[in-house]
Write a protein that binds this ligand. Structure first.
Ligand code: C5P
Length: 240
């Protein structure tokens, strides 16, 4: 990863359908974080105009995890580029042609609009699925092997990296090399409650293991003082 400023690694997940709450948090945290993440909840409630209004000029991870036929995903990525996201993502299980179409669309749309190309990342296996769930939908496990297979496929398709769980960082860093972007949710500072995240790492552990970007939501957004929480996280990243 090229950045040397520890705060650039931190994207804060603003998981709310409410525009005022999202905008207020984004404004309060803007100077101390790398960017904000909006996902399906906020986007479905507030749409692209809501994302523009709430994110302002803060770097944006548009986490819509596209998964459809290649033509449709390409169109969605092209539309997303108009929001000037720093990062977008698709499901690797959409397959080679879909991922290549996403990468091509991001490049072409960014050239056409004369804006920087967003990083295109792949989601491998949802961390909510265990080996039994995978077997039920006909995917060969164990899940670790499937994660690795999909990450290597994403890399072969020209994607910039993957979204992965903390426990996958070391293996994917070794398998995919130093340039492949690893963006990691499921991060819990030592002082925060784990909540529903089961396999957690602290920010320092995740960066030391090889993570490029950390996505953290509730430990920051639900903290009594979200700015103070951000500063503690960034200090941990700096010390990693
Ligand atoms: O609040 P919390 O820190 O758990 O938020 C993590 C964010 O990362 C949420 O937006 C969640 O949807 C997302 N995420 C995740 N686990 C994954 C993929 C995405 O928690 N495997």
């Amino acid at each position: 990863m090229t950045t040397s400023d520890p705060k650039d690694r931190l994207f804060v997940a603003l998981d709310t359908p409410e525009i005022e709450r999202a905008a207020k948090l984004a404004r309060a945290l803007a100077d101390d974080i790398g960017g904000v993440k909006f996902g399906k909840e906020f986007f479905t409630a507030q749409g692209p105009d809501g994302v523009r209004a709430a994110a302002g000029s803060i770097p944006l991870f548009l986490d819509l995890k596209f998964h459809d036929i290649p033509n449709t995903v390409a169109g969605a990525v092209r539309a997303a580029v108009h929001l000037r996201p720093h990062i977008v993502d698709v499901h690797a299980s959409g397959g080679r042609a879909m991922m290549q179409a996403a990468a091509d669309a991001a490049r072409e749309a960014a050239e056409d609009a004369e804006v920087p190309r967003p990083l295109v990342l792949a989601v491998t296996v949802l961390t909510s699925l265990d080996d039994r769930d995978l077997a039920e939908v006909g995917q060969a496990g164990p899940s670790g092997a499937q994660v690795r297979r999909l990450a290597l496929l994403a890399q072969d398709c020209g994607l910039d990296g993957v979204v992965c769980s903390p426990r996958e960082i070391a293996e994917l860093r070794a398998a995919c090399g130093p340039e492949f972007v690893l963006l990691v949710p499921g991060i819990r500072p030592a002082w925060a409650a784990a909540g529903d995240q089961k396999r957690v790492m602290t920010p320092a552990q995740a960066v030391a293991a090889g993570a490029d970007y950390l996505v953290i939501g509730r430990p920051i957004t639900r903290a009594e003082d979200p700015r103070a929480a951000v500063r503690r996280v960034v200090a941990e990243i700096a010390d990693a």
